[in-house]
Design a binder for this molecule. Structure first.
Ligand SMILES: Cc1cc2nc3c(=O)[nH]c(=O)nc-3n(C[C@H](O)[C@H](O)[C@H](O)COP(=O)(O)OP(=O)(O)OC[C@H]3O[C@@H](n4cnc5c(N)ncnc54)[C@H](O)[C@@H]3O)c2cc1C
Ligand SMILES: NC(=O)c1ccc[n+]([C@@H]2O[C@H](COP(=O)([O-])OP(=O)(O)OC[C@H]3O[C@@H](n4cnc5c(N)ncnc54)[C@H](O)[C@@H]3O)[C@@H](O)[C@H]2O)c1
Length: 410
């Protein structure tokens, strides 16, 4: 590629953005790459922020995607602390918030997502904490002292992982969830119960079906959570994990098609020429499922940018059709999940092993076909589970439940 050509510009310098830059170089692209991010840290991974890093087990150096010298060595211009304010697909430029413009040949949006804010009175006080960035994790870590009263709002991934870290640090934890079980929309009732039991067994006060109506405080610092039934939960700190919104503002303002994220085709091309999207922000057409799917997990931000990079380089076989994958670690429970199930989109759950032992595999089925599988404290089975999901063939539920039948033979 000629050095005078417009560079490939990547907006969003996190896992997705850094992996795209890496993939472009690995594919042999020799033109300019400009990676722009509003955070001041070089690209890092978020999973440790609610696990090892939050627990003080992983040191900070472990969170970064690349060592600092990697960017110079690979001729990637990294512009940190720089927010992009607008993109102009007609002129093929991005405008920086602190003035200035960068012209692009191709543009990749890996702007990720932002936490939803709690819409109640008192939510702007000190001690009300969200978890997205490394500095958020530092703030929460400081609050997790033995005996501290921590109220967690939302029993999703953030809420449960923070609750586990807080209990491990010796804090008193109350989790307040709007629905009847944790992770209900993702896991369904049968498997969500496993996580409720896990946290109860570790001394978390779990309250379901609650409505948070406000946060109390004194002198600008939070002191409790008010609930719809008139009761109050006293708290030294409140951690809010009530979901995210994809960061689509730039795309929307530029007239790109946006619907639950930036819509892309299977090559991760958006509705604007030469503009691509990947990671949390992309609602990408998935050929295996025959629909658009937006995945808010690490493996998607790791892998999609590799497809986007190859697509930007004009490789027609660059199609993203991986089966979604994610994982969690809470106390002594480790799990991996492969597949994709829409809320309520299954008709049967089959267990291989007893969920009460917390060593089992759960499968979600519809019409006899496996939509997803989750291995809990059972390892080295994601490949056969992925194959079951990918094959979309009907299986014998009895064989699926039988640990003596290899997964490849059910
Ligand atoms: C605490 C935590 C723990 C997690 N744990 C797990 C886990 O265990 N397993 C799992 O599968 N997933 C986990 N996830 C989810 C996973 O981290 C995300 O799916 C992943 O970070 C998405 O990566 P991304 O690059 O698409 O976006 P992000 O990580 O959101 O990064 C987007 C970047 O773009 C920047 N940006 C946005 N707009 C602009 C702009 N206009 N100008 C410049 N920069 C901009 C943002 O500041 C940000 O740095 C976790 C998430 C969090 C927050
Ligand atoms: N292990 C993992 O894969 C992992 C870990 C951490 C974070 N993440 C990602 O980070 C993002 C944010 O996670 P999250 O836990 O905030 O979102 P989430 O969508 O996983 O869970 C949000 C939870 O908050 C509840 N909720 C919503 N509004 C509420 C309210 N007003 N009061 C009480 N409860 C309410 C919902 O019912 C839901 O259970 C997600 O994209 C998630 O996938 C993933």
């Amino acid at each position: 590629m000629a050095g005078s050509e417009r560079p490939i510009v990547i907006v969003g310098a996190s896992l997705g953005g850094a992996k795209a830059a890496e993939a472009l170089r690995e594919a042999g692209y020799r033109g300019g790459i400009v990676l722009i991010g509003e955070e001041h840290e070089r690209p890092y991974e978020r999973p440790p922020l609610s696990k090892g890093y939050l627990l003080g087990k992983d040191d900070r150096e472990k969170i970064y995607v690349h060592p600092p010298q990697w960017y110079g060595e690979h001729d990637v211009t990294l512009r940190l602390g720089t927010a992009v304010a607008a993109i102009d697909p007609a002129a093929r430029t991005v405008t920086l918030a602190d003035d200035g413009e960068v012209a692009y040949g191709k543009l990749l949006l890996t702007t990720g997502s932002v936490p939803r804010r709690l819409p109640v009175p008192g939510a702007d006080q000190d001690g009300v904490l969200y978890l997205r960035r490394v500095e958020d994790s530092d703030r929460i870590k400081a609050a997790l002292r033995p005996g501290a009263r921590i109220a967690v709002i939302g029993a999703g991934w953030i809420g449960l992982e923070v609750a586990a870290a807080a209990r491990t640090a010796g804090a008193e934890v109350t989790v307040l969830e709007a629905m009847e079980l944790p992770l209900l929309r993702v896991l369904g009732r049968e498997v969500a119960q496993v996580f409720a039991d896990l946290h109860r067994d570790h001394g978390v006060d779990l309250r379901f079906g609650v409505q948070v109506t406000g946060l109390t405080g004194a002198g600008g610092t939070v002191s409790g959570v008010k609930l719809g039934d008139g009761s109050e939960v006293a708290a030294d700190a409140v951690v809010v994990g009530i979901g995210i919104s994809p960061a689509t503002a730039l795309a929307e303002a530029a007239g790109l098609e946006v619907d639950n994220g930036i819509k892309t085709d299977q090559h991760l091309r958006t509705s604007a020429p030469d503009v691509y999207a990947a990671g949390d922000v992309a609602n990408a057409y998935h050929p295996l499922f025959g629909k658009h799917v937006r995945v808010e997990h690490w493996a998607n931000a790791l892998n999609q940018p590799q497809t986007a990079a190859r697509a930007m380089l004009g490789q027609p076989d660059a199609v993203y059709d991986r089966v979604p994958y994610f994982f969690t670690d809470q106390y002594d429970l480790g799990m991996e999940y492969v597949g994709y199930v829409e809320p309520g989109g299954y008709d049967r759950v089959v267990f291989r092993g007893d969920p009460a032992t917390r060593e089992f595999i759960a499968f979600w089925l519809s019409g006899g076909r496996v939509l997803a599988g989750m291995n809990v404290n059972v390892w080295d089975v994601t490949d056969p589970i992925r194959e079951l999901v990918r094959s979309q063939r009907a299986v014998d539920p009895k064989a699926l439940a039988d640990p003596d039948v290899p997964l490849g033979e059910v």
